[in-house]
Each structure stands twice: as C-alpha cells, then as structure tokens.
Design a protein around this ligand. Sequence first.
Ligand SMILES: [Zn+2]
Length: 157
Amino acid sequence: MSATDTPRTEVRCGFCLTLNRIDMTRAGDRPKCGKCDRPILLDRPVKVEADDFQATVLGSEVPVLVDFYADWCGPCRMLAPHLDQVAAQGVGELLVVKLDSDRAPGLSQEYQIRGLPTVLLFHQGKEISRVVGMDPAGIAGLGAQARAAASAGEGVA
Ligand SMILES: [Zn+2]
C-alpha cells in the first residue's frame, strides 16, 4: 500500500456494523456511515473485533493504538480515560481501537498478550511499540510516538 496525501482507514460503524472507508484528513468533520448515515466518532476509541483486525488495524494508513482489554479488568477501566485523551488529541492523525481480548484469543496469542491492559502501536501493518499495564505516562508517550509516525508518513520535514 503506497502512502497517499489522504490517509485512509476502515472503521466499522458502531450502529449498523458496516465497514466504512474513512478519509482521515476529514476525520474531524464527523464523517457519517455510508449505509445508515449515523456519525462515525473518531475522537474516542473505536471497538474492533478479530474479523476487523486486518482491515482496521493492519490495513490502516494512519498509526493505530490497539487496546487489548477485558470487561472484568479493573486497570483497563482506569486506563480508558487516558486512551480517550489520545484519541481526542489525535483525530485525523491516528486511530485508537479497543479489542476485547476474551473475544480474540487468536490475536492475543499471536501478539503475545500476557497481561491486561496491553496497548500496541501499529504503523503500516507492523507493531512498532507497546505499553503493558496501567501506565498513563506510557500511553501518552505512545500517542506522541503515533503522531510522530503519522507526520513522518506524510513525507513532511
Ligand atoms: Zn452505519
């Protein structure tokens, strides 16, 4: 996949579950689902399933933070506001997604998730960094790294 001036990523509509291809340069304009016309909100973490991982995470043309979490995990809930902040600050530059690790055992094994929460940063289909545990400073750093990777990807000095 070649870099373009308009990085795109595929995100599932939270209402009708249709996969939408989003122009990330317009992510701040509240893009709407092509099928049900409801908003796709990218200023907060987006839920993904194992089936979406290829398109939404590996196929994304912007860096993606993937929060491996579980509903029963207290530290995951404590970390959530910090991920919300990274998503809100990085609209158009990066994507933050949440993956319920109980529903994605294959991916948890593939990426060697040994504790929750674990947040992986992907860029151009590869893991480039990860933060394990309830580590707000680590998450802020991951967000900064994602934004740096995004601007490097644009080929702008
Ligand atoms: Zn929809």
